[in-house]
Design a protein around this ligand. Structure first.
Ligand code: TRP
Length: 357
């Protein structure tokens, strides 16, 4: 089984596509049982706009499917359709997560330190603090019935969160007996895609300057313009990887080209060795436009397709059944009331007929 979440913060860009979406689709090809959810509960841990949250959530789900995620083999759904994620998060938060460890999580630390420095700065939300606990619940809610570990594909920035989830599973098992199979992180080996202007920074959805990134929804003209304006230098592109040295912008553009043209970094370099940035930027525009256009066409169809909405609800139902099973088992293990799981069955039964309308 494969489980992963994608945050719906802003329009995804090519960094998200190459780092998360494309590897997930490749992994899905090997595994019948893939659960990919839009992590909208996580998206509300920081400042957000309700309308934007809704449209970004639908957008991320649609991009996943438009990029090739196969909903007949795997499930795409909204995390917030499955309240068991929250229920399990509370239980794990009480039984297996310790504030000592949460205090050390970098995402929280950075925001907390920034707020403390500013003095008048608002401290982060309680939800941001417990973010890793919810992420652990997201993963542990899905247990393979044959006892195989769940694989969790994520970007390299998520290692700390994944290790936390493993610790939580171990500590729960230690206290209450074998309950969770220890999950297995699959850390993406795609090199990080950097900003088009300043290649020392990650390409980011939250960068106020849109020219720094290529959004998956940018049209051909915009993509051309962004690559044209991307930072370059006046030197020739060298023959060997070593000679690239600290030319981070060049390295970044060659990385993007290689990833889209399905070439290794060396092959990408060979293609342009001895040339200037002009031919590289032109070829880069062509390959990115060529790869993104079919995705964009499909995306525009999906967001207005009622069948797509239907497939998300079917995904939620399939995922919800698994998450509910795990939660019921955990509730029983720790001695909570056993009537809630029955109510839950009703919830799914009630909802099913509506799907066929
Ligand atoms: N925190 C992840 C990110 O920002 C998203 C996420 C939420 C996730 N829940 C998850 C990833 C569970 C893997 C498994 O990328």
């Amino acid at each position: 089984m494969i489980v992963t979440g994608i945050q719906p913060t802003g329009t995804p860009h090519i960094g998200n596509y190459l780092g998360a979406i494309k590897p997930l689709i490749a992994l899905q090809a090997e595994d019948e049982d893939t659960y990919a959810f839009v992590a909208d509960y996580h998206a509300i841990t920081a400042d957000f706009d309700p309308k934007a949250l809704r449209s970004n959530s639908i957008g991320v789900a649609a991009l996943l499917v438009a990029s090739g995620f196969d909903t007949s083999r795997g499930r795409v759904f909204f995390q917030s359709d499955i309240p068991e994620h929250l229920e399990l998060a509370h239980i794990l938060g009480c039984t297996a997560a310790r504030v000592g460890q949460l205090n050390r999580m970098t995402t929280f630390r950075e925001k907390m330190d920034a707020a403390t420095e500013k003095e008048s700065g608002e401290t982060p939300s309680l939800g941001l603090y417990s973010y890793p606990v919810l992420q652990a619940a997201d993963i542990l809610a899905y247990q393979d019935d044959k006892g195989k570990p769940t694989r969790v594909p994520v970007g390299s920035d998520q290692s700390q969160h994944l290790n936390f989830a493993i610790d939580v599973a171990q500590s729960f098992n230690h206290r209450f007996g074998q309950t969770f199979i220890i999950p297995e992180p699959v850390i993406s080996c795609t090199p990080r895609i950097m900003s088009l202007f300043d290649a020392s920074k990650k390409m980011s959805k939250s960068d106020p300057d849109d020219m720094n990134r290529i959004n998956l929804t940018d049209d051909a003209d915009r993509i051309r313009k962004k690559f044209r304006k991307a930072t370059s230098d006046s030197l020739y592109i060298p023959l060997t990887v070593e000679e690239i040295g600290d030319r981070a912008e060049l390295r970044n553009l060659l990385t993007i080209y290689g990833a889209f043209a399905e070439l290794t970094f060396e092959e990408s370099l060979d293609t342009f060795a001895g040339k200037g940035f002009g031919p590289l930027k032109a070829a880069l525009t062509d390959v990115v436009v060529e790869k993104l256009e079919p995705i964009q066409t499909r995306y525009r169809e999906l967001i207005v397709d009622p069948l797509f909405g239907h497939s998300l609800r079917m995904g939620a139902m399939a995922a919800g059944i698994l998450a509910a099973e795990t939660t019921a088992r955990v509730r029983e293990t720790i001695g909570l009331s056993d009537s809630a799981p029955a109510a839950l069955e009703e919830r799914f039964n009630l909802v099913v007929p509506n799907y066929d309308k």
